[in-house]
Ligand binder design. Sequence first.
Ligand SMILES: [Cu+2]
Length: 149
Amino acid sequence: MPAFPRVLTFLIAALCGLAGAAHAAELVVNAPWARATAGRAENGAAYLTLTGGDQADSLLSASSPVAETVELHTHLEEDGVMRMRPVESIAVGPGEKVQLKPGGLHIMLIGLKGPLKEGRRFPLTLVFQRAGTVVTDVPILAPGARSGG
Ligand SMILES: [Cu+2]
C-alpha cells in the first residue's frame, strides 16, 4: 500500500507546518475591561491592550451584542477641550503595545441595550486586518475604575 505512507508523510508535513506557525508571535488582546454605567446611560466604553505580533496589524472594527453600534474612538484636544473623535482603525506595529484607556483610544459602545452592571461580563468582537476576528470577554468594573486588572 504505497498510498498510506504518502498520506502519513503529508500529515507529518502538515503538523510540522502548524507547529511552525505556532512559534510565530501573533497579536494578543490583553486585559479588556469596561466601566459600569450609571442609570440609563446611552453610551459606554471598553478598554484593552493590544500587543503586536511579528507583523504589523490594524484593528479595523468592533461589535458587541450590548450596544447598537460600536466605534473606534480617540480623544483629541480642541481649543483646550478634550473631545472624542472616531478613528478608522488602530494600528499595532510589530511587537508594539497599544493601550486603549480612559482619555485616549477606546472602543465606544453606542446605544447600550441595557446598563453595564459591575461584576458582569460581555463579549466584544474585534476585527483585525491580519489576525482576523478575535472575540474577547470584557469584565465590567466599578463606575470609578481607572484601569483594568
Ligand atoms: Cu468615545
